[in-house]
Ligand binder design. Structure first.
Ligand code: FES
Ligand code: FES
Length: 167
């Protein structure tokens, strides 16, 4: 067991875990941050995408030994935090979350947290939000429901508004 200290959504976190434990499991099981989803568990679907020091990573592939001192951002860190169990209103959401809502970019929602994190990484990169660039940015995130068009629309819409975390 190793003590790993890091930050999650701006708050300090400390867990005693095996260094090989996956960040995905620590987020969901130790920190109750269940917004991050598991799809494939093999780095193929992007459902578990989070930001690690601003870089998009698959949390299912990140061992905790690589998380020491890192700054982790999950879907729970977007928008304005609300008390546990209180459904967020559109006013609590950030620009990209609102854009997903407005364009219908989520159906079953399994891919949505990962898409949001990929979208944020794209917006933060400052890359001009062409359809092609957005599709490339979310190429590692699979959606079985929407066919991507509405997701691309949502990211493009958010790019015309605030393109950074606006909690
Ligand atoms: S669950 Fe991590 S990439 Fe699919
Ligand atoms: S909305 Fe269902 S997987 Fe994308």
């Amino acid at each position: 067991m190793t003590t790993v200290r890091f930050a999650v959504n701006g708050a300090p976190a400390e867990v005693d875990v095996s260094g090989s434990r996956r960040l995905l499991d620590v987020l969901r099981e130790e920190l109750a941050l269940t917004g991050t989803k598991e799809g494939c568990g093999e780095g193929e679907c992007g459902a578990c995408s989070v930001l690690l020091d601003g870089a998009l990573v698959d949390a299912c592939l990140v061992p905790m030994c690589q998380v020491e001192g890192a700054d982790i951002r999950t879907v729970e860190g977007l928008g304005r935090a609300v008390a546990s169990g209180v459904p967020p209103t559109p006013d609590d959401l950030d620009a990209l979350q609102r854009a997903f809502l407005e364009t219908g970019g989520a159906q079953c929602g399994i891919c949505t947290p990962g898409m949001l994190m990929a979208g944020h990484a794209f917006l933060a990169s400052g890359t001009p939000p062409t359809d092609e660039a957005i599709r490339e940015a979310i190429a590692g995130n699979l959606c079985r429901c929407t066919g991507y068009t509405k997701i691309v629309e949502a990211i493009a819409l958010a790019a015309t508004r605030t393109a950074t975390f606006d909690a």
